[in-house]
Design a binder for this molecule. Structure first.
Ligand SMILES: Cc1cc2nc3c(=O)[nH]c(=O)nc-3n(C[C@H](O)[C@H](O)[C@H](O)COP(=O)(O)OP(=O)(O)OC[C@H]3O[C@@H](n4cnc5c(N)ncnc54)[C@H](O)[C@@H]3O)c2cc1C
Length: 408
């Protein structure tokens, strides 16, 4: 549960902390970090630009990478009750025909659980033990000195000046913090020129544990399980989507040859054009994650396309690694601790981001000839092979195995 707290009050509470931490952005990464630091006895100041919301957001398939944070926070059981196992994965060809069915969680089984959850529910799980936060608040200015960071924080209630030992920017893909720390030439963006609408449909026992995807020529449709509902993602090139959902869905229907009531339900939902989330499918990569006493975390450091379904899991793992690096550090050791976090995590995150980009290159194509070959490859290629890069990451976690062993 989020506990709305003024910035002033948050700053006051951390006055005697051995290390004063500011976390900017309470998304997946920032909230995970703040909660882990609270478990280790600190009172980080957490500011979030958006106002408090109970919106479900979009669907997340969470890799086992998220498991350690959830277990360390003692919220694993709550997570399990608000999520569903992502058991079956069913890729369909460019005309809608089913190509294969995989037991995906069995393939990842040794590494932990693969589950589907609404982003809003994940926020509830993470904030479950109580999360003091200032919504509608942000960082307005920072001045770094060798021994501290002076910050101006702002909200409707006015500005607050405070001094911190470290500032962590977890403010997402379009991070302001990144722009404050780095030269624009130190940030690269990968734009697929595609985008997607996100919506929800009710599910039923037949579909409760399965994800279905159509990799079309010039379009993509995905349906993913969460608790009681299914998340729908319909993507295409931004130029083709400009005419709006109804025209784009008509175009998709004209390409499908295999009628499927489940996909039809998803398409009809997007067709209504009700306030669906609209995502531009682009990502970014920062050349450096740490500058002095400030660091980037999650999508702010390396943003993710949704293609590999790994960004949120990676963001939670990075938050856990950072929390471990900061755990026993004195105020003087902050900059070294941040560098240790970057050394441990950047290569892993960039490897995952590379996988995500490669998948995007395969998925977001218009060519029908390529789509035919792609269908064939999906039929022939064992999923074990496709999942190899992910398994490699799961096998080489930088986190000590001892805490993972707390599995119930
Ligand atoms: C449609 C879609 C589907 C996805 N599916 C998956 C999936 O299945 N599996 C998966 O693992 N990943 C998935 N991802 C990726 C995943 O959501 C992100 O990688 C993950 O949320 C990154 O976490 P984050 O905390 O860095 O960023 P976010 O979760 O975006 O959080 C950033 C937060 O910072 C706040 N903020 C922004 N600017 C400021 C500011 N100036 N001051 C204060 N606060 C600020 C924002 O309001 C937000 O709350 C998907 C993404 C999308 C868009």
């Amino acid at each position: 549960m989020f506990i709305e707290t003024s910035i002033k009050e948050q700053v006051e509470r951390q006055r005697h902390d051995r290390m004063r931490v500011l976390v900017v952005g309470a998304g997946v990464a920032g909230l995970t970090l703040a909660q882990l630091l609270r478990r280790s006895g600190l009172s980080p100041v957490l500011v979030e630009r958006a106002s408090a919301s109970t919106e479900p957001g979009y669907m997340l398939a969470l890799m086992p990478l998220a498991e350690q944070a959830l277990r360390e926070l003692g919220v694993w059981d709550d997570y399990v009750s608000r999520s569903v196992p992502f058991h079956r994965y069913r890729p369909h060809g460019h005309r809608g025909q089913l190509l294969r069915e995989y037991e995906i969680d069995t393939l990842l089984g040794a590494e932990g659980e693969y589950r589907g959850i609404m982003r809003g529910s994940l926020m509830q799980v993470l904030s479950g033990p109580g999360a003091p936060i200032s919504h509608g608040a942000t960082l307005k200015a920072i001045r770094q000195a060798a021994d501290a960071v002076e910050a101006t924080l702002g909200s409707e209630a006015g500005d607050v000046e405070a001094v911190f030992d470290t500032v962590i920017f977890a403010d997402g893909l379009h991070s302001d913090g990144r722009a404050r720390l780095l030269d624009p030439r130190q940030v690269t963006t990968y734009d697929t020129n595609w985008a997607g609408w996100v919506a929800w449909i009710d599910t039923d026992p037949d579909h409760a544990d399965r994800g279905d995807e159509i990799w079309g020529a010039g379009f993509f449709v995905g349906i993913y399980p969460v608790n009681g509902q299914a998340g729908v993602f319909v993507g295409g090139s931004r130029a083709d989507m400009r005419a709006g959902p109804a025209a784009f869905i008509k175009h998709i229907r004209s390409r499908l040859r295999v009628p499927d009531p489940w996909f039809e339900r998803a398409l009809a939902q997007i067709e209504t054009g009700e306030e669906h989330y609209f995502w531009k499918l682009l990502d970014c990569r920062a050349e450096h994650w740490t500058v002095g006493r400030a660091a980037l975390l999650g999508d702010a450091a390396a943003g993710f396309l949704p293609t590999a379904g790994i960004g949120a899991g990676m963001a939670m793992e990075s938050a856990t690694v950072l929390a471990h690096c900061l755990r026993d550090v004195s105020r003087d050791g902050v900059a070294d601790a941040l560098r240790a976090y970057e050394r441990a995590q950047r290569p892993r995150v960039e490897a995952a981001q590379d996988s995500s980009r490669q998948l995007a290159k395969l998925m977001f194509r218009r060519s029908r000839i390529l789509a035919v070959f792609r269908d064939l490859a999906v039929r022939l290629l064992p999923l074990e092979t496709a999942l190899r890069p992910i398994r490699k990451l799961l096998d080489s976690s930088p986190l000590p195995k001892t805490t993972v062993a707390t599995r119930s």
